[in-house]
Write a protein that binds this ligand. Structure first.
Ligand SMILES: [Zn+2]
Length: 416
């Protein structure tokens, strides 16, 4: 492909994906505010739904501004050849190819992060603040930023050194070698996330003995899922929004509950939430989604390997010679429609898994407290109870609330 043609193709893909994303968001925000569904009447009223709509509108307008800004900037970078210009300029200062690529990515990373800080700050301290979600202090916000930088430098930088190093040493066969590295990395992160990464940002304390703990242990025991590592995390220092998750395999398996979750739910609801999470393990969702992501990474790396030494891509981005870092950027953008299709596939799988985990909780514990927990969660986070089906299809990793409720609350089939 000629450089000019590649350039037009890149601009076209960028524009189409921006427009399609915006059209979906527009369709979603134009959905009417529904009348209060009977299953939610104890949790929300019309005013609350109007407030939720206002919150979603604020996020929609904000998203329109940020994504337009980033679209126009990326468009200009491609159109005027700024990526190539940066490469040409750096080549005069740095001869070592690996170092050249690292500095190139570092400049782009720092530049784009600096530009995103004002937007991010506005979202946290203006939008989230206005609706009462934000609990972050300025101190926490900026120390999170600094810690995030260090982590990106160590982890992102480390992976980048391995990737670029392998490309230089191994040529096109770098793809399966880097694939192995990323597989080891993914397993490693899963095993050590709660032990090493989470404590950098949050305080984890073992759940105190008491009613909640004994109820959880008792349920876990009843389904043959031994569970001793239950932790509480101080999520309340950043946001009032609540969450819970599992991490790790086998003996390293841990469950982490946000303090905000414990505050907002009854022990019955919390056990139901855990039953849902245990359902993900029992139905092998965790291991399958991990395998599927690994296959996805492999596919993308393989396709990248076919084009990584393509000089025309570097020229299309404004360079004057083949540069691996230019090609990585160019092909990541060129492959974005494939990544998008893979992402939609992942979401379809994830929504199916959520229904299965709900069903598991309903069978082994009780559907009612889980339904109650989901209602509280939805009301407290001002979530959208009437999303557009197309928006759901593309973007939702979880089924919409009302679909989950109707399955949880339908009476169990009586076979007697
Ligand atoms: Zn789930």
């Amino acid at each position: 492909m000629e450089p000019t043609f590649i350039k037009i193709l890149l601009l076209g893909i960028l524009t189409l994906s921006f427009l399609s994303g915006k059209i979906l968001s527009y369709l979603n925000i134009k959905r009417p505010v529904p009348s209060v569904p009977s299953s939610l009447s104890e949790y929300v009223d019309h005013d609350k739904l109007m407030k939720a709509k206002q919150y979603q509108k604020s996020n929609y307008s904000f998203g329109l501004v940020t994504s337009s800004f980033s679209f126009l900037l990326t468009f200009a970078f491609i159109y005027f050849g700024f990526f190539g210009w940066l490469d040409i300029w750096l080549r005069e200062l740095i001869q070592q190819p690996l170092l050249l690529s690292l500095v190139f990515f570092a400049i782009l990373f720092i530049g784009s992060d600096m530009l995103s800080i004002p937007f991010d700050y506005y979202q946290t301290f203006v939008i989230e603040e206005k609706y009462g979600f934000n609990k972050t202090s300025r101190g926490t916000y900026f120390s999170d930023k600094v810690k995030g930088y260090f982590l990106s430098i160590i982890i992102g930088g480390g992976l980048l050194v391995v990737l670029i190093g392998l490309v230089h040493q191994m040529g096109e066969s770098f793809w399966w070698q880097f694939w192995l590295v990323s597989i080891v990395f993914m397993v490693f992160v899963n095993l050590f996330y709660t032990a090493w990464i989470l404590p950098i940002f949050n305080k984890l304390t073992p759940l105190e003995d008491g009613e909640l703990k004994s109820r959880i242990v008792e349920y876990a025991h009843s389904v043959g899922f031994p569970l001793d590592n239950i932790f509480v995390i101080d999520g309340s220092k950043r946001s009032s929004k609540a969450n819970a998750f599992f991490s790790g395999f086998g003996k390293r398996k841990k469950v982490v509950l946000y303090d905000t979750l414990i505050d907002q739910h009854t022990p019955d609801e919390l056990v139901a939430v855990l039953a849902h999470e245990i359902g993900h393990y029992k139905k092998k969702h965790i291991i399958w989604s991990m395998l599927v992501s690994m296959v996805q990474v492999g596919i993308l790396l393989f396709i990248l390997s076919l084009f990584i030494f393509n000089e025309n891509m570097s020229l299309a981005l404004g360079g004057n010679t083949m540069a691996i870092h230019l090609n990585i950027i160019g092909f990541t953008m060129l492959l974005s429609p494939i990544s998008m299709v893979l992402g939609i596939g992942m979401n379809i799988l994830s929504r199916k898994n959520e229904f299965e985990a709900d069903a598991y909780a309903k069978e082994t514990f009780d559907g009612k407290p889980l339904a109650e927990a989901l209602k509280t969660l939805s009301a407290n986070t001002l979530s959208n109870i009437n999303p557009h089906p197309w928006y759901v299809f593309v973007n939702y990793s979880h089924p919409p609330l009302l679909q989950r409720l109707s399955r949880l609350e339908e009476p169990a089939v009586d076979y007697s």
